[in-house]
Design a protein around this ligand. Structure first.
Ligand code: HEM
Length: 163
């Protein structure tokens, strides 16, 4: 029988898959812009030539960025309006949220620089690029750790100690 909680769990699972796929797309297209796939001959593998095309990967990175903003806004709204009443952010969830926020803020500033040609000084641009890249590396490592250690984003309010 189709119940309301089954439907909610199923849509939550779909959202989680979408979140994973979008993160993968962002990391792939982000690293493609450095550009490492041409240099290390990965783009020579049949079917992967597009990874060496800057404008294609740049456009896909922007699409992924719009999608991650939408999903992050949805999860944040759900947490602050509903879940927070009976669950709290775990320590590892807080670390992940803070790093993702840093990636988003540095990404938005880089989009402003690229799109509206706001004259940030070269030093500021280098700091933004290093922050975006460094936070990305940190985020991927923390995600791997949390995945392997089975760390949840949120825990019930009475489980204060173990996150
Ligand atoms: C978890 C999500 C994300 C990951 C893993 C990621 C990863 C990356 C990486 C590795 C680069 C290459 C950095 C470099 O050239 O040194 C990059 C570039 C870029 N990212 Fe992201 N990114 C993410 C989210 C975002 C978001 C949300 C935005 C915008 C709202 C964004 C905007 C940009 C822009 C504009 C560049 C190009 C910078 C340039 O060379 O002018 N990214 N990203």
């Amino acid at each position: 029988m189709k119940t309301r909680s089954n439907t909610t769990a199923r849509s939550q699972r779909k959202l989680n898959y979408a979140y994973g796929l979008i993160l993968f797309l962002l990391a792939l297209t982000g690293f493609a812009q450095m550009p490492i796939f041409k240099r290390y001959y990965i783009a020579d593998i049949p079917g992967l030539g597009w990874l060496a095309e800057f404008y294609t990967t740049h456009f896909l990175h922007y699409l992924g960025a719009a999608a991650i903003l939408a999903i992050a806004a949805y999860f944040a709204a759900e947490f602050f309006l509903v879940t927070r009443k009976y669950r709290r952010l775990s320590a590892s969830g807080g670390v992940r949220a803070a790093i993702l926020l840093g990636i988003i803020v540095s990404g938005i500033l880089l989009v402003i620089r690229n799109t509206f040609f706001v004259p940030f000084s070269p030093q500021v641009v280098i700091v933004l690029l290093l922050a975006h890249l460094g936070l990305t590396m940190a985020f991927l490592l923390v995600l791997l750790y949390c995945r392997l250690a089975g760390k949840p984003w949120t825990v019930p309010r009475h489980e204060e100690a173990q996150s």
